[in-house]
Write a protein of this length. Structure first.
Length: 304
């Protein structure tokens, strides 16, 4: 029996071509990656500069704030915050915060109720002139706020509603915020029509469909509207300035104005300290609801 030669191929070690390719790609991407990160850090520094300046200014004396080039104080003080507990013109700081919170929460409730009902009518109910009315409503977004300011003031003055919170809240319950109505309409139109049809087969009317089906699925749009409404109402300065006359009814934005006396002298330290404290409720409200906003955007309002 003849022996058959067997050719043995030597075992090769691990290939280094893949590593060299990855190393080459990394070296090619390194300059662009460094430029991207440096640019991002520069933009972040520009965005955070006002925040750092406010924090540093709240720890400085008033005479050291204006004209000073130091971003952070060399000798920080806390008297600006302690003076806030003493109030302004015999009015407690908590009064301004309570007034702003009352208006902000009332505005959120009014927007969510009125705008969601209006959006449901435009999105789910067919009636004569629906498209025309929706177009006219969207057209109101082009009207500047100052164009309507004088007619609204005259109207509320004739109704003896000046120096009350009614002019600041009434419109929120009448769905005059066309942007939020538009946002909810677009969201409701994307909901499956089969849900409405199944509910009607089960005997549900419009209100039951609106409350039990549409509203739960529109949670992202509702939370988005609530966040923007709260922030806009909390930061509103023009509205309270026009309609409120008594200091004990002032909001936080008007309370900041009281740090400037009649002679034009300003307590910049106290003003900046109160401005920083006034940011906390807005940040807390946003942080409390951002999780629901992100979850809703990820699922497009539909689960299961």
């Amino acid at each position: 029996m003849s022996a058959q030669a067997t050719e043995i191929t030597p075992t090769q070690g691990p290939s280094t071509s893949g590593r060299s390719t990855k190393a080459g790609n990394f070296r090619r991407r390194l300059p662009g990656s460094l430029a991207w990160h440096i640019g991002s850090l520069a933009i972040l520094a520009v965005i955070l500069y006002p925040v750092v300046w406010v924090i540093g200014g709240s720890l400085k004396k008033s005479e050291d704030i204006v004209g000073s080039l130091d971003l952070l104080p060399t000798d920080p003080i806390t008297s600006n915050y302690t003076r806030l507990t003493e109030g302004i013109a015999d009015i407690s700081i908590s009064t301004f915060f309570f007034n702003s919170l009352f208006l902000a929460v009332g505005s959120v409730i009014g927007i969510l109720i009125s705008c969601s009902l209006t959006a449901y009518a435009f999105a789910k109910i067919k009636f004569a002139g629906r498209n025309l009315m929706f177009t006219l409503m969207i057209g109101t977004l082009l009207l500047p706020y100052h164009v309507l300011l004088i007619p609204q003031y005259v109207l509320f003055r004739n109704m003896n509603m000046i120096n009350t919170y009614t002019p600041l809240l009434l419109g929120k319950y009448l769905a005059i915020e066309a942007f939020f109505v538009f946002l909810m309409v677009q969201f409701m139109r994307n909901l499956p029509k089969e849900l409405d049809e199944a509910a009607r087969i089960d005997g549900c009317g419009h209100f039951r469909i609106y409350w039990s089906i549409v509203l739960p699925l529109c949670r992202p749009a509702l939370i988005t509207s609530a966040i923007f409404t709260f922030i806009n109402s909390w930061n509103d300065f023009m509205g309270p300035l026009i309609y409120l006359n008594e200091p004990d009814k002032y909001t936080v934005s008007l309370g900041l104005k009281m740090f400037v006396d009649q002679e034009g002298l300003a307590d910049y330290g106290g003003m900046i300290a109160m401005s920083l404290v006034a940011l906390l409720p807005v940040l807390a409200f946003f942080m409390a609801f951002q999780r629901y906003l992100i979850d809703g955007m990820a699922t497009s309002g539909l689960k299961g």
